[in-house]
Ligand binder design. Structure first.
Ligand code: C2E
Ligand code: MG
Ligand code: MG
Length: 660
């Protein structure tokens, strides 16, 4: 028991602050017991002073009364709601009052026994101090040090009486009183332990409830709001908003590649960095949430559309800053779709609109911002329809491959043809590849379509004379598919076309991330013996390292440069630089989109090795290729390089009218 008594001192200081505060508040919780105690104290003081007049008893009575009144006053002033900050002070006030009161009650009993012989008053004070001791220990079990000190201060003086006034009754009272004290100490310590365990248990439950609540609203990786709380917050925001609310839905471009090539730990670090960068929105009253995967949603009050777009542009810039993780620099970009609330918007609709705008942003080449407009929704529905129709297009024989000649600009002979897919939609008519190819890339129909184009093209090329090549476009999304080389070699085997006659055109964007799968696929395609062309050069990042790393054979300068070769010096500079570069790297340069003699003259002057464009012929159906070949060589033979440069060939030959 004694051990327990000392242990509670250390236990008490180690208690969690929240538990200690709760215990201190419990001291002030029962007003009634304190008021009864105080009233009893006042009554006893008055009664004993009346029956046993003595200055000591008067003084003791006065102290009891003053302490009782001050304690009642302190109870009146205690406000549980604001007590947390100065709980310690309130604890001290309570303790001082309790100690003083117990001390004076004990002294009054002692004095009544020592300086008077009034048995009635002795009975009254002994009874009072014993009752008080029992009451105080019961009441203050939550603060056992206090309770036991009160018990000793109030009860022990009665047990000392026989030292001054020895008699059989006082000795008997003293012993019984000591036993009573011992029993009360034991009871108090036991009760305290039970009370404390219950308190801690409750506090722990409360803490766990808070933790679980926090977790249910938070994204564990980034610590920002998660998807489930986003909607609740958004509903509230729309309801309370005084201004309009913008939703900025961000999707990181090609995040999967980062995850696949650099590992999930790096991917996680990137997501944390992005959420940190987005947190600048907090300063503008915005909230950020992770919608899942690589998607984040920023909600913020805005004045108008312009402000929302400007903020999104700012975020795009912030995201584009490279991230360095474990000494590896990771380039990231993102696309943002925006929707803005009006008077009767609801959160579901706003989120849907932002999602539609994001879809457009991604389709628009990524790394860009789109603000929702109702047209987008219509287009989206149309695209979904195209997506459904595409799945049936091959089986329904709606697809056809057209071929556009590529002309050697040294001897003006046909080198090969580029295979370009055509879709004759049963109700919409001809759908341009620039519309359906991106949709098929997004809906996984591009694989079977490419396989089909490859087979058609190889089989057609087998019918062409000599070494005429065929070039097939390969979508960026297929370059990560390690089965592509097998498909290509299988097609070559089945068609019988020698691999060197097959060119594969790849757009530069496919090579932006240095993906091991892409490297593997390109390497295997080279080993098979096919020739690789870098398509639409100049529209992407135009990186020389791509050319060297992947051993391309041909560069195709995008036709946008030829379009304005006469008017824009930048376009001329690009053509000049690429031709120079290609000849030093021993690459073939094909100028795409030659429409006029002047354009032809310009690219010949710059040393481009081949040309393609409406000037020679438009893409034509397979059946038109052989008739075209039979006359084209003859017609083109009228050109010579020198004459083209001198501008004479133009007068000599009118290019043939081209097939549709
Ligand atoms: P691309 O590979 O750069 O093909 C060249 C595009 O330029 C073709 O458009 C062609 O018709 C057009 N063109 C050629 N000469 C001229 C010219 O003098 N003036 C103008 N204005 N245009 C010219 P098309 O056939 O509409 O194809 C567009 C794009 O669609 C292609 O660009 C290619 O990226 C993609 N594509 C076409 N067929 C396929 C395919 O089978 N698979 C894949 N993955 N993509 C394809
Ligand atoms: Mg191409
Ligand atoms: Mg091209």
């Amino acid at each position: 028991m004694l051990f327990n008594f000392f242990k509670i001192r250390t236990d008490d200081t180690e208690l969690a602050a929240a538990v200690r505060i709760a215990l201190i508040k419990a001291l002030y919780s029962s007003h009634l017991s304190l008021v009864i105690g105080a009233a009893t104290g006042l009554a006893i003081s008055a009664m004993v002073s009346w029956y046993c007049p003595s200055p000591w008893i008067y003084a003791c009575g006065a102290f009891i009364s003053a302490t009782a009144l001050l304690r009642v006053l302190s109870f009146g002033m205690f406000k549980p709601g604001s007590a947390d900050a100065n709980a310690k002070v309130w604890g001290r006030i309570y303790e001082t009052g309790a100690f003083a009161y117990a001390l004076f009650v004990g002294q009054l009993t002692f004095l009544t026994f020592v300086i008077t012989d009034d048995l009635r008053m002795q009975l009254v004070t002994a009874f009072t101090s014993t009752c008080y001791a029992a009451g105080a220990t019961g009441r203050n079990t939550g603060r056992p040090l206090l309770a036991l000190s009160q018990l000793l201060l109030c009860s022990l003086p009665l047990s000392i009486v026989p030292i001054i006034k020895p008699s059989l009754p006082t000795i008997f009272i003293s012993i019984v009183n000591l036993l009573f004290i011992a029993v009360l100490i034991d009871l108090t310590l036991r009760t305290y332990k039970t009370v404390l365990d219950a308190f801690i248990d409750r506090q722990e439950k409360l803490r766990m409830a808070t933790v679980y609540e926090h977790l249910s609203k938070t994204d564990p990786l980034t610590g920002i709001d998660n998807r489930s709380i986003l909607k609740t917050n958004l509903d509230k925001l729309i309801e309370e908003a005084r201004s309009r609310i913008a939703i900025l839905w961000l999707d990181l471009d090609r995040f999967k590649q980062i995850n696949d090539t650099l590992g999930h730990a790096t991917g996680d670090a990137v997501l944390r960095t992005i959420s940190h960068r987005l947190s600048i929105m907090h300063e503008r009253g915005g909230r950020i949430a992770r919608f899942g995967g690589d998607e984040f949603i920023v909600t913020l009050p805005v004045k108008d559309e312009a402000e929302a777009v400007a903020t999104a542009d700012e975020l795009i810039l912030a995201i584009r800053q490279p991230v360095t993780i474990n000494n590896i620099q990771v380039d990231i970009s993102g696309s943002i779709g925006i929707s803005i609330s009006d008077d009767d918007s609801d959160s579901d609709e706003l989120l849907r609109h932002a999602d539609v705008a994001l879809y457009e942003a991604k389709a628009g080449g990524r790394n860009c911002v789109r603000l929702f407009d109702p047209e987008m929704e219509r287009r989206l529905l149309e695209n979904k329809q195209i997506e459904r129709d595409l799945k049936k297009a091959l089986a329904n024989n709606e697809m056809e491959v057209h071929y556009q000649p590529v002309v050697d600009l040294h001897d003006f002979r046909i080198r090969g043809f580029e295979a370009l897919l055509r879709w004759h939609h049963p109700t919409n008519g001809n759908v341009p590849p620039s519309l359906f190819i991106p949709i098929s890339e997004g809906s996984h129909t591009i694989g079977p379509i490419t396989e089909w184009v490859l087979m058609q093209s190889c089989m057609q090329a087998m019918k062409w004379p000599g070494d005429i090549t065929v070039a097939v476009n390969i979508s960026a999304v297929l370059l990560t598919d390690r089965t592509l080389p097998n498909i290509v070699s299988d097609t070559l085997l089945r068609s019988g076309l020698p691999p060197r006659r097959l060119h594969l055109e790849i757009t530069e964007t496919a090579l932006l991330a240095d993906d091991p799968d892409v490297r593997y696929v390109l390497d295997m395609l080279k080993r098979i013996g096919t020739s690789l062309s870098l398509d639409d050069f100049g529209t992407g990042f135009s990186s020389l390292s791509h050319l060297c790393r992947h051993r391309f054979d041909t560069i195709k300068i995008d036709r946008s440069f030829l379009n304005n070769v006469e008017s824009r010096s930048e376009s001329r500079a690009v053509i000049q630089a690429v031709s120079g570069l290609a000849s030093s790297l021993d690459l073939t340069v094909v100028a795409e989109g030659i429409e006029t003699f002047e354009q032809l003259q310009y690219v010949v002057k710059q040393g481009c090795s081949a040309g393609q464009g409406y000037f020679f012929a438009k893409p034509m159906p397979a059946s038109a290729v052989l008739p075209y070949l039979s006359t084209a060589d003859e017609e083109l033979a009228l050109f010579t390089k020198d004459e083209v440069i001198a501008g004479e060939a133009n007068r000599k030959v009118k290019p043939r009218s081209r097939a549709a």
